[in-house]
Design a protein. Structure first.
Length: 739
């Protein structure tokens, strides 16, 4: 039994995320058997599929052995009984490949202390675990479960904490029993926790009745997982419930890929491929779903209801804005231009002067242009003129980072759109809408290319008919992460005035980043230098990974005085692969923070850089917010994250699902952000994402420095690939029709 302990300084375990998909790496070395011991630690856990790599000690003095497999939740300190086979991995050596795991309650005092001290039970950490075992010995677990009133004899445990401990213990026992059922159907540990939280002890009965509810009710669980369970339960391949769930999955996936709708042919073909069924029964079922309001048909376009109403609502609200009379504010435009140039001591270009002319007269307008073309100067000029005329204004952007940039650039308050619209966690809706509109005469929205169709609809609903709307953005960047292509559709409709800023000002022309951004946008190769725009040529992904770690953790801090966490952001076009987001995050964690106290069942711990991946209105944190984990409190069952605006947010351990390691993130996730230095992983292996707008968006995130680690060939492929996948959206047509 080889316990091979990897050195923290090696990259030995950086490709573990691939193991569960590479069964060919394993050679069976023996018959099925059982292995029982105490889990020493979890080396790696994929929360998406439940794949574990862990260390197990069979006896107090025995060596550590490695176990791997797609398992139910297991935690350090637990005694587990594994069923499986010993295998010989070509890279990692001898390991126990577990097919099933059963948690066995420890019977010794030392084992109970390890078990309770692991953080498994919220309210009990190492300190209280020792006090409990000192007080009750081998009877500790029985006391917690059956005689909780005795807990109050332990120093520091009052009535409230005793109740919390008993409740957490009962929930944990319940979760374990549900997990045994869920594990038999291939559900990961992280998913099982969410299922239990949603359905409680009725989880098994709920799934037996209709497993497809999972895809509708639980974030992170989709059709494929629900379908696997359903098929194991004997649900027929052509069952209506299965076909309906597949249709909803296809439309949901279309939305995740940026589409607002699917044409009938696309929907039927995709569902047929997913279900491996002919399209014959689909039309009847689509009719039933339409009658029930589950989906909406408009001509030959099939929508999820939320996206249909958002697209129609956007066109109708913009129509209302455009048709309403402009509140009369007498402005002599040419005089105002002279006044503002003198007031702020600037000389506007003719493009900028035209933008200001349009801005003081139009109800809705778009200002677009690349970096260094003076969009902020136009905004500041408009603000100064409007303020002088008593016209009130508000500034907003889609993300927290973008709103902070806008605030710093203009010197005026700017808010995220979510905060501007006052989302209420209690009602799950924005408080600002057509019945309670924003009190402003003019709204300026920066980074408008990030607006998806639903957020745009919520924003437009909250504007009074007389309000002016100025949308500012760079249409050459990537489109929104969510469905739709709002800014481009509004421009394409031709119903609002658009001013394109093209001239790069002198200070911008001195920047290699800005100069090369415009070269790339014109389809020209960038010119690398030794000042602020570097290419480090690496052809092989493994070598690129090593270089990225070296550059981010040592070279940039040493040469430029940059802090590796605060000032440097690594970007990659794709999540998977040796030089993709997931592997880079593992490598940077090993290099920068190998010993941070871990958050249970997560790939990060104290000292790690993390990102919020979904809006959480209750905690007031939003998609894209970045911070550092500062505290992991096993006794309280909480972690603390300090975000970039110095806000400290407490997460309970069951609300950390939407935090992810963020040393590296995708280019899409970096939209609206700006960093002192960007390190970009860019290789031919990323061919699916080697597009001009991806490269353009990535390098324009860098404020002072951009380092591309990868291949000049990959850069050339991206520069010459201006083919952008078209998104299904009818907004521009709707705008033309209503006007």
């Amino acid at each position: 039994m080889d316990s091979r302990e990897p050195s923290p300084d090696t990259n030995e375990y950086l490709d573990l995320s691939l193991l569960s998909e590479q069964s060919a790496l394993y050679a069976v070395d023996g018959p099925e058997e059982e292995l029982e011991g105490v889990v020493d630690r979890i080396v790696y856990e994929n929360t998406e599929n439940g794949f574990f790599v862990g260390r197990l000690r069979e006896s107090d003095m025995g060596p550590l052995v490695t176990f791997v497999g797609n398992l139910m939740a297991v935690s350090p300190g637990e005694t587990v009984r594994l069923k499986g086979r010993w295998v010989e991995d070509k890279r990692f050596g001898r390991q126990f490949r577990a097919a099933a795991a059963e948690v066995v309650l420890p019977t010794s005092a030392a084992g109970i202390e390890r078990y309770l001290g692991s953080g498994l039970i919220p309210g009990i950490g190492p300190t209280y675990a020792k006090r409990l075992v000192d007080a009750f010995g081998v009877e500790t677990l029985k006391v917690i479960g059956e005689q909780p009133e005795r807990l109050r004899r332990v120093p520091g445990i009052g009535r409230k904490r005793a109740g919390q401990i008993q409740k957490a213990w009962n929930e944990q026992r319940s979760i374990q029993s549900v997990m045994i059922f869920l594990q038999s159907h291939g559900i990961s540990s992280a998913q099982a926790v969410r299922i239990h939280k949603q359905y409680g002890d009725a989880a098994a009965a709920t799934l037996r009745a209709n497993p497809y509810r999972l895809a509708r009710d639980i974030s992170g669980i989709g059709f494929l997982t629900a379908d696997r369970i359903a098929r194991q339960m004997g649900i027929a391949a052509d069952a209506p419930a299965r076909v309906k769930a597949a249709m909803l999955h296809v439309l949901t996936t279309a939305g995740e890929n940026g589409h607002v709708f699917y044409k009938g042919e696309e929907l039927r073909r995709s569902a047929s491929e997913l279900l491996k069924l002919p399209e014959n029964p689909f039309q009847e079922i689509l009719g039933e779903m339409t009658e029930a309001g589950e989906i909406i048909l408009d001509k030959d376009a099939w929508y999820l209801p939320s996206l249909y109403h958002a697209e129609r609502g956007c066109s109708e609200r913009l129509k209302r804005l455009l048709r309403a009379p402009l509140d009369h504010v007498p402005i002599q435009v040419e005089n105002a231009l002279k006044w503002v140039e003198k007031r702020v001591n600037i000389s506007l270009s003719e493009e900028q002067r035209e933008a200001v002319r349009v801005g003081v007269q139009a109800k809705v307008m778009v200002i677009t242009g690349g970096p260094g073309t003076g969009k902020t100067t136009v905004i500041k000029s408009l603000m100064a003129i409007m303020e002088a005329k008593g016209v009130g204004y508000l500034l907003a952007a889609p993300t927290g980072r973008a709103s902070k940039r806008m605030e710093a650039a203009t010197g005026a308050d700017a808010r995220t759109i979510h905060r501007l619209l006052e989302f209420s966690p209690a009602t799950g809706a924005f408080q600002r809408d057509e019945k309670n509109p924003l009190e402003t005469d003019m709204l300026v929205v920066d980074e408008a290319s990030m607006l998806d169709i639903e957020l745009a609809h919520a924003l437009f609903r909250a504007l009074r008919p007389g309000t002016r709307l100025v949308l500012v953005g760079d249409v050459d960047q990537l489109p929104s992460v969510g469905p739709g292509n709002v800014l481009l559709d509004i421009i394409a409709s031709g119903v609002v005035p658009v001013v394109r800023l093209k001239t790069v000002f002198r200070q911008g022309a001195q920047s290699g980043i800005i100069t090369n951004a415009h070269r790339i946008n014109r389809g020209e190769m960038p010119i690398f230098n030794d000042r602020d725009f570097f290419l480090i040529d690496r052809q092989e992904p493994d070598k690129a990974l090593e270089t990225i770690v070296e550059v981010a953790s040592r070279r940039l801090p040493s040469r430029f005085g940059l802090h590796p966490l605060r000032d440097v952001q690594i970007l990659a076009p794709m999540r998977k692969g040796a030089a993709g987001v997931e592997n880079i995050n593992l490598a940077l964690k090993q290099a920068l923070n190998p010993d941070g106290k871990p958050v249970p069942h997560r790939g990060f711990g104290v000292g790690d850089k993390v990102m919020q991946t979904r809006n959480n209105y209750e905690l007031d944190v939003f998609n894209g917010d970045v911070g550092i984990v500062t505290v992991v409190d096993s006794d309280a069952g909480e972690i603390e994250v300090c975000f970039e605006d110095d806000r400290r947010v407490l997460y309970s351990l069951d609300t950390v699902d939407n935090l992810t390691t963020a040393y590296c993130t995708t280019v899409h996730k970096a939209q609206g952000s700006e960093y002192p230095a960007v390190v970009l992983s860019f290789l031919p292996q990323h061919y699916m994402m080697l597009q001009r707008n991806v490269l353009y968006t990535a390098i324009t995130r860098g404020k002072k420095l951009v380092v591309i680690v990868g291949s000049g060939k990959a850069v050339a492929m991206a520069v010459h690939n201006s083919n952008i996948a078209r998104r299904n959206s009818n907004l521009s047509d709707r705008l033309r029709n209503v006007l």
